[in-house]
Write a new protein. Sequence first.
Lengths: 362, 202
Amino acid sequence: MGNKTVIPFGPQHPVLPEPLHLDLVIEDEKVLEAIPQIGFVHRGLEKLVSKKDYMQFVLVAERICGICAFGHSLGYSETIEALMKIEVPKRAEYLRVIWHELSRIHSHMLWLGLLADAFGYENLFMQCWRLREVVLDIFEETTGGRVILTACNVGGVEQDIENSELKGIVERLDKMIVEYKQLLKVFLKDRSVKSRLVGVGYISKEDAFKAACVGPFGRASGLEEDIRMFGFGAYGDLADFKLITSNDGDGYARSEVRALEIIQSVDIIKELVDKIPDGPYNQKIKGTPEAGSYAVSRLEQPRGECYYFAKGNGTKFLERFRIRTPTSQNVAGMVQTLQGCDLADVPLNVLTIDPCISCTER
Amino acid sequence: MINEKPQVFIDISADELMTKVEDYDARGWRFVNICGSAIQGGVELIYSFSNGLPMENLRFTVENGSTIPSVSGRFPNAFFFENETYDLFGVRFSGISIDFDGKFYKVSIPTPMNPDSVQARKAAYDSAPVALDVAIDATEVPIVASVATSSDVVDNSAPSAVIPAQAKIHTHDNDSSAPSSVIPAQAGIHTHDNDSSAKGDN
């Protein structure tokens, strides 16, 4: 038996796109304990509600994260709508979900690419990101932006997508998904991929529940929770919503859940495009949030449940706005997956929860 | 079927917190969030719990400089929010499972979301049994100063950006029987060893 050694991991590491620091207490090659530390990119964006009014802040909310940018503007808008009891036009709800599911596709594809890169499969990484370009092109054509879309606003959406254009989007997604299914075979059946992921970073259903894991990380351990299944907004009009879960609880299960969610998102978009009603997509918002009004809202971001809180004070500035991102829920679970794993598997383990540190620190 | 998002806020007193939390734990609810917001003379805290679609929010206020019990023993994910609330609002939590003691976020001024709490926080530090090396007074050089102080303890050859963080965490590692100043030096040596081949190339 060797001595206990403390190895610092991060904040800069090839597998981490964002700064996360871990103190790894190791004995021989086994990790005994991992202590996380974040806080390197805290920007205080929540504090900006005192400088930007509730209509302007949607632009700030969107800039919290570069990957789930649309999701944050959607979550913020839904919270303010709950705070001010605003009803959103039906067409806007559909368009929001279509953009949000497109964001999920691009986020999961980005993550699958990063995963492939982390275990040294660079061609797979390249192919994932090539297919992701299809979604980014759709974003650019429908909103003008590839990352920051500025498409969602309190009360509706900023611009419409014509029905003919929606049909075109579905056709392009159909073509993309044929190619994607070829990649899926590699992710789910390739022996070298399995050898790096199967059994790595296991967390049981009980532990995942106790640590309150959310999103694909929790669902890969068998937790049956997805905010989409509660039918908020246009999700309530879906004929059926089947949860994608796995009971394996390891890195392979997490990649499987995310990989299959891409196909599910395409199906959701196709169904909503068939059902989308005509009508207005925006409305003029009058008034300010009442003093002493509170609202909470939850949204299923690509990484899991995101919680939003807003408190009004009678002026156009909010008293308090709070975002609790999925990664901050998943950090406790991530620490558990690291205990007992090999040192060489630490980067993969950290990656499989899909950490988004900039979101988490805001 | 389209559901409405539940908006349930339950007003409680700070003393009732642990009873309520134990009740949620016993009923199998999930801990969602702690949200602080600064009010006149104190902080309003909202603890959120969910069980699938239903979500309930416990709402209570504490005075600046207060210490309340941590719920991280029952809900491990709470350590994140408790450290965050301490850094940003100055509400102290006793018995957090991983306690960063004011070093969770790198903030340029103490308790940026609740500046009124600085004086109360200073009083709490003065009466604390263990001397803490965090700069409290907003007029002095804040957290950066403490990083520099910590790195003085550490081997100077070690990278200063990483090791102070190590030092802070292991100071509060309850399992470690070694003096706190030994661990960071040890970490520094091992970092040096691992990088020695790369340094040799230079």
